[in-house]
Design a protein around this ligand. Structure first.
Ligand code: FEO
Ligand code: CA
Ligand code: CA
Ligand code: CA
Length: 548
């Protein structure tokens, strides 16, 4: 496979200029085609949205909205460069295709709630490359499936006794991850069911494991051992001895960076033997010391101050906060109230940890999207009023997933030199950006960054919007060594760019365009439907690997 060549950090394409066009722009010699939009048919027999509002029974079978994190899975017997299963997160509903007016959970009818909840969760679709090189969803595939805000999830791990055996619904499925045994991890970025507040609150804010192939019968499962917070994504580090770490970001303002180390090891020979690996292990939270070292603090009841009557200092990064008393009587208390546990243990509060990615050389990167309210800095979060965000990088001691210490650096400060103030200029070499969110290192060691600025947004300088400085949100390639940034893709009006994944040969990249607000994709699809979140396919017209 492509990974066998090892990291070489080479990248070649003609970078594009920033723009504010209502289209997807890619470099010369590349195509970007829409493959999978909100409202498209998923489950066999589904009726796609074509302009008429559907019933909840119908919307339960079509693509949800807010396409976000996604991963491509191999199917036994299928060339992975020509087909597979794509699991796509639906972070939020694209309400314009579901109902007229504004959704209000406090006044919504039961049918409206069902419709809204059908549009979040996950789609699993079988996709295939046609003879002309174009990719499409394989209609009617038995693998095509929806997991929604209305369907049932098992609950496992140390907090299951409190949360309950099952929970109805997954939602705010932001970004995602996968396991070495080929399951999908969809990450809930909310701790309450804001679409249906009648559901019990501790049922959300978990990592949910799904088997796209449907072989592991016990799934989907909310894995409480990984903690409850505003989960962004998950990325794993696999050791030579098959030990594992799953890195987890908490996208709150501010939030912490966690890792979960299963007690067991990955079994590459027996897929089913890994089915419950995520139920027992240790959850740690990161403390970034000023000298470039770091520690993983155990979030275990009875340790690191996690006892009854613990003092939670509160988030003091924006100024003093009153202390509160929190009771950690059981491990379930620690896992349900993980953010307070992290503060009590002395973790570093970061500027909104978004995606984490593990490079082939075992470096780990995390985007810290922004935190305009920061007043108190530290070495890992060095800017007050951090409008544009930064990227942190660390390496485990001995590259071991089980390490209790690491070394770290601020890899890059986002911003633009035209914003003449120290906290806004950043240090990007080349094409500048703000608000890094998606991040992914591919098997060739090439680092890709996706942005999520609020648009048109406040750049920090009076009279200059984000779009004036950076254009629309985009996808950038950043060299891990020279840190040179080159703009690879610019999205249409109003969208964020997210969900990067690719075939093993790197000839096909899949990217998500979330919440566009203009005339895209109807402008390229030749219809007059409202703007819809969509998965796009990026290829080179000469069929060679992207950027090779
Ligand atoms: Fe759903 Fe933090 O982005
Ligand atoms: Ca305090
Ligand atoms: Ca995100
Ligand atoms: Ca986002």
């Amino acid at each position: 496979g492509a990974g066998d060549a090892g990291p070489n950090y080479s990248i070649q394409f003609k970078p594009i200029a920033r723009n504010v066009l209502d289209q997807v722009t890619v470099p010369e010699g590349y195509t970007a085609e829409v493959m999978f939009s909100a409202g498209d048919a998923v489950v066999a027999g589904a009726v796609a949205y074509t302009g008429t509002f559907l019933t909840s029974a119908e919307t339960e079978k079509i693509a949800g909205g807010g396409h976000d994190g996604m991963k491509l899975f191999e199917l036994p017997g299928v060339d992975p460069n020509k087909g597979g299963l794509l699991a796509v997160n639906h972070e939020a509903a694209d309400f314009k295709i579901l109902m007229s007016g504004t959704y209000d959970a406090s006044t919504a009818t039961p049918e409206q709630k069902k419709i809204a909840l059908s549009a979040v969760g996950v789609s699993v679709i079988e996709i295939e490359r046609k003879n002309d090189g174009k990719w499409a969803v394989k209609a009617g595939s038995p693998y095509n499936k929806r997991y929604t805000g209305n369907t049932v999830y098992k609950v496992r791990g140390p907090a299951a006794s409190v949360v309950g055996e099952t929970v109805i619904g997954t939602l705010n499925n932001c970004s995602s991850g996968m396991t070495p045994w080929g399951t999908y991890l969809t990450c809930e970025e909310t701790r309450n069911n804001y679409l249906d507040p009648t559901q019990p609150d501790n049922g959300y804010g978990w990592v949910v494991e799904i088997d796209p192939r449907g072989e592991l019968a016990d799934l989907p499962v909310k894995r409480t051992a990984l903690g409850r917070f505003d989960h962004e994504n998950s990325a794993y580090l696999l050791g030579g001895d098959n030990s594992l770490a799953f890195y987890l970001g908490d996208d709150s303002t501010p939030g912490c960076i966690y890792k979960f180390v299963p007690s067991g090891k990955f079994d590459p020979q027996n897929r089913a033997a890994n089915a419950n690996l995520l139920d027992s292990g240790t959850l740690y939270v990161a403390k970034f010391n000023a000298d470039g070292t770091g520690q993983w603090l155990e979030l275990v009841q009875g340790k690191n101050g996690l006892v009854a009557g613990a003092t939670d200092p509160g988030d003091e990064t924006q100024g003093p906060k009153p202390d509160t008393t929190v009771n950690f009587n059981t491990q379930a208390d620690v896992l349900i109230n993980t953010q307070a546990a992290a503060r009590v243990a002395g973790a570093t509060l970061m500027d909104r940890p978004e995606w984490i990615t593990v490079a082939p050389d075992k470096s780990v990167y995390c985007t810290l999207s922004n935190n305009s309210g920061r007043a108190v800095t530290d070495k890992a979060n060095p800017r007050t009023k951090n409008m544009h965000g930064h990227i942190a990088k660390w390496r485990e001691t001995g590259d071991a997933p089980t390490a209790l210490t690491f070394t770290w650096e601020v890899f890059l400060l986002a911003g633009d030199p035209s914003l003449a103030s120290e906290s806004l200029t950043g240090n990007i070499n080349g094409d500048t950006f703000s608000s890094p969110d998606g991040i992914h290192v591919d098997p060739q060691g090439r680092l890709w960054v996706e942005t999520d600025m609020s648009l048109p947004g406040n750049s920090g300088v009076e009279g200059k919007n984000m779009t004036d400085v950076f254009g629309n949100n985009g996808l950038y390639n950043v060299d891990p060594t020279t840190k040179k940034s080159q703009r690879f893709l610019v999205g249409p009006t109003g969208c964020e760019i997210t969900g990067i994944t690719h075939t093993p040969d790197l000839r096909t990249f899949f990217v998500n365009i979330q919440h566009p607000t203009g005339t895209w994709p109807s402008s390229v699809q030749g219809n007059s439907l409202p703007p819809r979140s969509s998965t796009i396919v990026i290829r080179r017209t000469d069929g060679q690997p992207v950027g090779a």
